[in-house]
Design a protein around this ligand. Sequence first.
Ligand code: SAM
Ligand code: SF4
Ligand code: SF4
Length: 340
Amino acid sequence: MTGKPGASLLDVRGRPLRDLRISLTDRCNFRCRYCMPREHFGSAHRYLGRDDLLAPGEIERLARLFVSLGVRKIRLTGGEPLLRRGIEDVVRALASIPEVDLAMTTNGVLLPAKADRLAAAGLRRATVSLDSLDDSVFARITDTAVPVARVLAGIEAATQAGLTPLKVNMVVKRAVNESSVLPMAEYFRGSGHILRFIEYMDVGGTNHWQLGEVLPSASVLGLINARYPLVPVAPSQPGEVATRYRYRDGAGEIGVIGSVTQSFCGTCSRARLSADGKLHTCLFASSGTDFRALLRAGASDAELLDVIRGLWTVREDRYSELRGRPETVAKRVEMSYIGG
Ligand code: SAM
Ligand code: SF4
Ligand code: SF4
């Protein structure tokens, strides 16, 4: 392999390539309204076939190349990553790469069955998505009959397996689960888990996003601070997307991810690899570069590295800074495909 280990590759705006999100499948057992609305992701939707997916060896090979260019964090995602058959093999392969912080974002439902094996395979941390503790609100958002208790059992299983510090992601939609903000804060205070409130984003096109549905992070903070006073916490590392706060009474930490109202493009160090091997340099990209085709055509490591370097060094993405301007209206790939 070529490429100096640890060397930083910078894009046009001086941003290093530090994080790689790898989508393991475009399928999911939920149909969250903001991500995979059932009317678009029903039986007529064409999902990737098994041969379309990158094999564990292909994922590992690409990941090693990315690490040689400076990537230090790899997050497995999807779709629902735990639906990927043989996920432990992928985790084991990636965990064997030195210097990599390996994490996963999941809806948590399959964690009771899989957390121990994932931890044994080398997964370090889990982030579990949960938008409400109220079954009816949860069902309205996720469009599934799965009760909240199953996600909570997943969080417990991940905790017992040592996939900690565990983060809980809550996407907040105005008037949909706004009333769940305080109960969620109350429930996770003192648990050791870090609850993060994410602004609802205009990813893809099927969710028919409207700005009026976004509850700004400032409002979320206002709600919580009025009940449980908060103190800002300095970022632990550059490029961190969440703005951190701790409870003044010592009951732990929360974060807000103001993707819409406080864009963080200036420090964005993330690339995303779809389950079929397309590399996207922004969550709001309309297309990606086909690494599966390169791999299967026999490209050498040196050639693959050249393509990655070529893509990153011309990267200018800053969608969230430009949101609303005419040049940003291009068709965007869906989050369940690109990896959240
Ligand atoms: N299925 C897994 C899960 O839900 O955790 C992993 C994939 S999901 C696409 C990754 C994250 O993206 C989840 O936390 C989800 O809530 C978030 N997400 C999906 N659509 C979103 C949207 N339109 N705006 C903000 N966050 C979104
Ligand atoms: Fe599935 Fe995650 Fe998207 Fe919900 S947010 S539909 S759980 S991929
Ligand atoms: Fe990064 Fe694109 Fe999101 Fe900006 S809009 S923070 S460049 S993924």
